[in-house]
Every structure is written in structure tokens, then in C-alpha cells.
Design a protein around this ligand. Sequence first.
Ligand code: SF4
Ligand code: SF4
Length: 130
Amino acid sequence: MGFLSMTRNIAQNLFEGPSTRRYPAVKRYYEPKSRGMIGIDIEACIFCGLCSKRCPTGALTVAKDRKEWEIDRLRCIFCGYCVEVCPKKCLSMANHYSPCVTDRGDAIHLEKQAPKGTTEQPVEEKLEKE
Ligand code: SF4
Ligand code: SF4
């Protein structure tokens, strides 16, 4: 029985394609409802801080005085609570993950609201969390 099973596996492996994906040449397909990267429309944010209070992993930091919103993507577990609780509906969840990083600091993403009356929309990647 074991021999037959092994022979079948060998035959399958010989004639079927590899089970692995030729990444990065072949991209992963994400189902439309996959939970992934959190994004923000920073201009709609009112810095109420509800998202950071609701976040179970402490991935979010909101600074009302500096009009900054920050996410530590390595702490995010894609629960979606922040998206649900946001009163301005300015948070969203993409159906794909954020790009891989090799430096811990690159996982921290900071967004800052432009001062009122300007068209500038500064978006910064914070390299080191203080
Ligand atoms: S809950 Fe929404 S409006 Fe409030 S700080 Fe978070 S992103 Fe901004
Ligand atoms: S999806 Fe969950 S873990 Fe990720 S930032 Fe939002 S509340 Fe925090």
C-alpha cells in the first residue's frame, strides 16, 4: 500500500507542474475578500484616536496635535477593527499585503495631514520609530 502510494506521488510529481509559485515572476492571486494592508485617506481623518484605542495589538498611533497617523505594519493582524470603528470611514483594507521589508523601521508607515489651506499632501515613510 505504501509502495503504491509512493509510486502515485512520484508519477504525479513527474507529470504535474510544481506546487510552488515562481515568485516574484508569478504574483500571488488574492481573493477579493482577502484581508490585507490598512490604508488611510488622511485628509478625511479627524484624529479622534478611536482606531488606535480599538487596535488589539497597538499597531496604530494617532497624534492629534501633530495631525499624524502611524501604523506599524508588522504589528497588524488584519482584524479590521480599526476600519469598523472609524467614524469618518477614512480607513480601508486592501486585499493584498504590504511589501516585504528587510529593516524593522521600514514597516512603520507615517501619514501626516496637510495644513489647511494648502494643496500639499505630505506622505512620509518613517525609518526609525523613536
Ligand atoms: S478612527 Fe478614523 S478619524 Fe479617528 S483617528 Fe482613526 S482614522 Fe482618523
Ligand atoms: S487591522 Fe486590527 S491589528 Fe491591524 S491596525 Fe487595524 S485594528 Fe490594528
